[in-house]
Ligand binder design. Sequence first.
Ligand code: ACO
Length: 331
Amino acid sequence: MMRSYIRGIGSYVPPKVVTNGDLSKLMSTTDDWIRIRTGIEERRYAEEGVYCSDLAKEAVLKAVENAGMEMSEIEFIIFATLSPDHHFPGSACYLQPKLGLDKIGCLDVRNQCTGFLYSLAIADAFIKTGMYKNILVVGAEVHSSALDFTDAGRDVAVLFGDGAAAVIVSGTEDPGRGILHHTLHADGKGARALCLDIWDISRKPYYDETTVNTPMRWPQMNGKIVFKNAVVRLCETLFEFMFKHQINAEEVKYFIPHQANMRINHMVAGQLGLPKEKFLHNMQKYGNTTAASIPLLLDETYRAGLIQPGDLLLLLGFGAGFTWGATLLKW
Ligand code: ACO
């Protein structure tokens, strides 16, 4: 049976480091407040003029090199982001020529922090049908241009950072490796708990001088509702997923969770009785990089030499929408 597997992986973060202390000079916040409530210590910000597809390109170059393949072997691009270069066309279309590719299909996935998991499931299905042999899946974000750095936006601004990560998904006949199972979910009733309203097509015109200077131009979040839903949904989904597929926590080498908040991940591990040391984190360094967060952590873990062929990995995420999901794979 044809399975898909991660043939190559790479990530990229912009060089500019912004610490909690740096943010405390812009708004009423402190290193302690951010660190204790979220686990985040610093994040990266792209410079003016840098697009999401630019960060993605750097990650893709590393993934292609890691896969030991030519760029021209990529047959399809799936780009997960909530901070696309422009509202349309999609960022995959902007990325394609930057990679020296043309004509191949390009798809954007707008599923926020679960975007990478949804994209991986789509790539997996395309590979299994035999439609493509090598698919590029990339998650990338430039959040730093769309954050309110005044006191009014401090609850959101301190959480997010910029970054990108990419994988090459390819087919294999090897029964000892590959993507094994996915579970994908959404609850659109939670859409208003975390959203950006500035583009509102019900207004005529959708955007004008009366809307540009309102809070609508910044992401709005009800942090407590997001927090509670993240814990509840991840716990119930992980429990069902592990039960359905008879996954024993001992067999899982690492849980690679979305990097939104250390307390969310510790609560999920704690409530399910999963070993906290297997739940990996790098949000201390990057904050929440949304669609890039899971593959960025996966890449760092892999490059640190912690993942060996045959290791069982469980990826999980929750984000705006609400959307959430999990993927089990054998490296
Ligand atoms: N610095 C200092 N004080 C702050 C800050 C800040 N950056 N932000 C808010 N505060 C204040 C609030 O105004 C409030 O003040 P008050 O008591 O005078 O009213 C106080 O701190 C407590 O605020 P709470 O909202 O009650 O703080 P809470 O403990 O809930 O933590 C947080 C807030 C960190 C945002 C938390 O709710 C959270 O992490 N929620 C999940 C958010 C998340 O993960 N979002 C992304 C997931 S989806 C995705 O990734 C796209």
